[in-house]
Design a protein around this ligand. Structure first.
Ligand SMILES: *Cc1c(COP(=O)(O)O)cnc(C)c1O
Length: 346
C-alpha cells in the first residue's frame, strides 16, 4: 500500500537501512549525555540547517510532536496574550489550547479561499498555521511578510508541520517554526523539529517560566550543549539527520513539488473535478483536497485502496465531502503518475 495520506505518509525507502546502521553503530544504546550522542545531535542540526537553508542565528531543538509544541509555546512565551489566525482544524486546536494555557487568547478566524487580514492587537505572541493540512490551504509569503512588518515587538510562531522540508520557508518572517516529521520529512512519527530565532530565545530566558519540565529555556539551554532535557527519541533524531543528508536542497525539492502540484491541478480540471481551494493564492503546495458528493468520494477512496493506494480522508467538517492527497517529497514521481492514471480511469 502506498500512502498518499497527508501524514503519516510514505516514508523514505532507505529508512530500514538507516535503522540498521543506527543499531550497528550501537547508537540506540548510548547515553544521551555522552559525547557520541552530542556529536550525532549536532551533525543532525548541521544537516537540517544546510538542507533547509535555516539562518545561522536560528537554533534547533527537538520535541516529540507538533501537539506537544503547541503547548510548550503557550507555556513558555506569551506575556499578555496570544493571537491566533486560523481557517481549519489544526489552527483552531492550537487556539483551544491557548484558551486553557495562555493568559488570554484571541481568535482571528478567516475563510479558506481568502487571505487573512492582519489585525492590530496588543497580543505579544502571534500563532499561525503555515499549511493547514485539514483543508489544503497555505499562507502566502506575501502574507507572512505583511504580518512581520506589522508586528514589531511581537513574536510569531508558525505551525509548519505539513510544509517544512517541502516548502522553502521564509525563516526570518517568524520566530518559532516547527514540524513533526511524519509529513514532508518522510519519516516515522514521534519527533518534531523546532526552529527558534534569537528573539524567541531572548523572550523565553527573560520570562524564564520554569514550572514545566518541557519549557523553552531548558530545551534551548540543553541544545546549546548538544543535549536534551530528557532522554529523547534518539532513533528519530538520527533518521532526521539521514533524511536531510539524502534529500536535495530545499529549493530543488520545492521546485519538484510545485511542478507535481501543477500536474495534479491540471488533472482535476481535465476531469471536471472541483478542488476545495479555488483561489491559487491560498492553495497548499503539499496537500491537495478534492470536493464532491459523499458517495462519490467514498467510491474514489475504495477503488484506489483496492489498487494499493491510500488517499487521505477529509478532515473535520470536510470529513465526508473531500479526499486529500499528499504531495510530500518521499512520494515518488512514478507513484504519482500511477495514481493519476488510475484516477483517470474512474
Ligand atoms: C499533523 C499536524 C499536526 C499534529 O501533529 P502531531 O505530530 O500529531 O502532533 C499539527 N499541525 C498540523 C498543521 C499538522 O498537519
Amino acid at each position: 500500500m502506498i500512502s498518499f495520506y497527508p501524514g503519516p505518509s510514505r516514508i523514505w525507502d532507505e529508512t530500514a537501512t538507516w535503522v540498521k546502521e543506527a543499531c550497528d553503530l550501537g547508537l540506540l544504546s548510548v547515553n544521551h549525555r555522552s559525547k557520541d550522542f552530542a556529536a550525532m545531535l549536532s551533525a543532525t542540526t548541521v544537516s537540517l540547517k544546510s538542507t533547509l537553508q535555516i539562518p545561522d542565528e536560528y537554533e534547533i531543538f527537538f520535541t516529540s510532536s507538533a501537539t506537544e509544541t503547541w503547548e510548550m509555546i503557550l507555556q513558555s512565551l506569551p506575556i499578555r496574550a496570544s493571537a491566533h489566525y486560523f481557517n481549519g482544524a489544526f489552527g483552531e486546536k492550537w487556539y483551544d489550547y491557548a484558551t486553557w494555557l495562555a493568559p488570554k487568547a484571541e481568535a482571528y478566524p478567516f475563510e479558506i479561499n481568502e487571505e487573512p487580514v492582519v489585525h492590530f492587537t496588543s497580543a505579544d505572541l502571534i500563532c499561525i498555521t503555515h499549511n493547514e493540512t485539514s483543508n489544503a490551504t497555505q499562507l502566502s509569503r506575501t502574507f507572512l511578510e505583511k504580518l512581520r512588518k506589522s508586528s514589531e515587538g511581537q513574536l510569531i510562531a508558525v505551525d509548519a508541520t505539513s510544509s517544512m522540508a517541502g516548502v522553502s520557508l521564509p525563516w526570518k518572517m517568524a520566530d518559532i517554526w516547527y514540524a513533526s516529521v511524519q509529513k514532508c520529512f518522510g519519516l516515522p512519527a514521534g519527533l518534531c523539529v523546532v526552529v527558534t530565532s534569537p528573539a524567541a530565545a531572548e523572550r523565553a530566558f527573560h520570562l524564564h517560566k520554569s514550572k514545566h519540565y518541557n519549557g523553552f529555556t531548558s530545551a534551548i539551554e540543553n541544545a546549546r550543549k548538544g543535549q536534551t532535557t530528557h532522554t529523547p527519541n534518539v532513533l528519530g533524531i538520527w533518521l532526521c539527520g539521514k533524511a536531510m543528508e539524502k534529500v536535495k536542497s530545499i529549493i530543488e525539492v520545492e521546485k519538484s513539488l510545485l511542478s507535481r502540484k501543477q500536474i495534479w491541478y491540471d488533472f482535476f480540471i481535465s476531469k471536471g473535478w472541483e478542488s476545495l481551494i479555488q483561489n491559487p493564492e491560498c492553495q497548499s503546495q503539499t496537500v491537495l483536497a478534492v470536493k464532491g458528493e459523499a458517495e462519490w468520494i467514498g467510491k474514489v477512496k475504495s477503488e484506489t485502496q483496492k489498487a494499493g493506494f491510500m488517499l487521505g480522508n477529509g478532515y473535520g467538517k470536510w470529513k465526508d465531502t473531500t479526499f486529500r492527497i499528499a504531495n510530500f517529497p518521499a512520494l515518488q514521481e512514478s507513484e504519482h503518475q500511477k495514481l493519476i492514471e488510475l484516477l483517470r480511469s474512474l
